[in-house]
Each structure stands twice: as C-alpha cells, then as structure tokens.
Ligand binder design. Structure first.
Ligand SMILES: [Mn+2]
Length: 308
C-alpha cells in the first residue's frame, strides 16, 4: 500500500499517543470561519441575533458536542432559546445529564453575563417553565413569545410552535371555523397539555400522533408552515420564527416570512441575523465538516520540512 510518508508518520504518532499517554494529540483548533464572516477581536462569530431550539438537553439525542462548540464560537447581541431546550418530559422518566449538558447551560449563562440578551421561550418539552413567564433567572428572561425587530425594521413573532399541532390535526375543520374559533383552537393544545401535566399525566405528543397518522410527513411539515405563517399574518407581523418540527426553513407565504431554526438532535442548525438584518440558516454540522484544518508540523529527524 502506497502511503504518503507524512500521513504514515502522523498515523504512527497518533497510535503511539493512544498507547502511551506521553504524547497527547491535541485536537485541531476549530476553524469554521468563512471569508465573509464578521468576527470579534477574540475570533467569535458576530451576530445581531441567534435563534436555536429543540436542543433536547437531558436526552441522549442531543448533539451536545456540536452545540457546545457552536455556543463557544458565537457572540450574539440577542440569543433566543425557542423551546424544547431542556427535555423535562424525558428527564422525568430517567435521569440523563452528562457533564457536557452542564457546560452548555454554563455557556448560555456566561453569554448572558457578558452582555448577550438571552430570551427563553419554553416549548412543549420544557413547558414547566411556562409557569415562570415574565421572570428572569441568571439574566435569562422567560417569555411565552416575543416580538423581535430586525435591523432592517421587520417585526417577527418568535414562538416555539407546538400550539399549532392541533390546527394541523384539525386542518379540515378550519374552513368551517371563524377566526375566533381558530384562535381558540391554537390555545387548546397548550391548555390540553397543561391540564395533563397537572393531572400528573405525561406529555402526549400530538405531533408524534400526527406523524404516525399522516403517512407523508412532508405534507405535515408544509401544512404546519402554512398554518404558522397564517397565524403570523393574523398578528400583523412581517414574519415568524419557530422551532418544534425539527426542520430548518426560510420560506415566504404571501408576504409573510416563515422561519424555523431546526434542531440539535439531527440537523444542528440555527437561524442567525447579521448586522444588516439579513437572516440565514447556519448549518453547524456542515460548517464543522468544512473545517479547514491548521497545518500540522511533523518534525522529521534528518529531513527538511517543505516550506508551507
Ligand atoms: Mn417541541
């Protein structure tokens, strides 16, 4: 097998380091940066706003390493945690809390401490926090929903989105309901699960139910997006940012911008707003794959290293 000598040597040294701990292999410094990135003096990605949701901390599904790396790489003016951040329903069934999940909480609190406005909008998996809306913990504001104004003056409704599960389920009834009934239906699912919680019943996921009943999950997602955009129009805003369905998206529906920040269970995505108000999906998993490694110097006895 023909192998480049440098590669062979690196592999040899890696193996050696794994065997004996006297030659630690340090991980390569993260290099996610692209040419058009706006960086702080300390090399963090500068954003006006960052939205993340559905991290599901407290479950093994959470991509804690990527999330931790992401939170260490950004410096947002405002950070919205758009629900399902801590999975309280899962934690009730059995404690799962590795140290990395603590690091993530600590990182968020540190951002809040260093001047980032952190807003926590509870979702259905952390809805116990909905009892604390209007309060602040460690510099983190808890709100049921928020109105965010972008740098270019657009008003965006920010909410988790589980309240729309019921509407998607009963979509066929919509034609027969007036706007009053429609709005009531939006709140029904929230109250439904709040009552279940008070009765000590576990969260019953309408969303999972729908995904089982509706063979084509894609049609569920597009219906959800449409319903959320419709609700945003009723509220008189220019757009909406939500999470919940674990599907990052930026789409226009008749002049309303529907945006979903995705999740950190599968896709590892965030929504970011730049200084000029431009909003885009940041795919951290993809960014990590695109990492440009630092050049590694391998000293070779009796050989000159080629100039870089
Ligand atoms: Mn959710």
């Amino acid at each position: 097998m023909a192998t480049l000598p440098f590669v062979a040597l690196a592999e040899y040294r890696d193996a050696e380091a794994r065997d004996a701990n006297d030659f630690p292999v340090r991980p390569l410094p993260p290099r996610h940066w692209q040419d058009d990135d706006d960086l702080t003096p300390r090399g963090k990605l500068k954003f006006r706003t960052v939205w993340i949701s559905d991290t599901h901390l407290g479950t093994s599904g959470c991509n804690a390493e990527l999330l931790h790396d992401f939170l260490h790489s950004i410096k947002p003016e405002t950070l919205y945690l758009v629900g399902d951040i801590i999975d309280g329903w899962r934690l009730k069934r059995g404690w799962y809390w590795p140290p990395r999940h603590n690091d993530i909480i600590r990182r968020v609190l540190k951002l809040a401490n260093k001047g980032t406005r952190v807003v926590y909008i509870p979702g259905n998996h952390d809805e116990a926090l909905r009892d604390y809306t209007g309060l602040a913990f460690g510099g983190v504001e808890v709100l049921a929903e928020a109105i965010h104004t972008t740098a270019d003056g657009r008003r965006l409704l920010v909410l988790h989105g589980d309240e729309f599960d019921g509407v998607v389920l009963y979509a066929r009834w919509l034609a027969f309901l007036g706007d009053v009934g429609y709005s009531a239906l939006l709140r029904l699912n929230v109250h439904f699960n709040a009552v279940r919680r008070r009765l000590g019943l576990p969260y019953w996921s309408l969303s999972a139910y729908i995904k089982h009943r509706v063979k084509n999950a894609v049609s569920f997602i597009s219906r959800f997006e449409e319903v959320v955009a419709h609700a945003a129009r009723e509220r008189g805003v220019d757009g909406v940012v939500c999470g919940h369905i674990h599907s990052a998206e930026i789409r226009e529906f008749d002049g309303i911008t529907y945006m979903n920040d995705g999740d950190w269970v599968e896709s590892c995505t965030a929504l970011v707003e730049h200084a000029d108000g431009r909003i885009e999906i940041l795919d951290w998993a993809e960014r990590t794959r695109m990492r440009r490694p630092e050049p590694v110097e391998i000293p070779v006895a009796g050989a000159e290293l080629a100039p870089a």
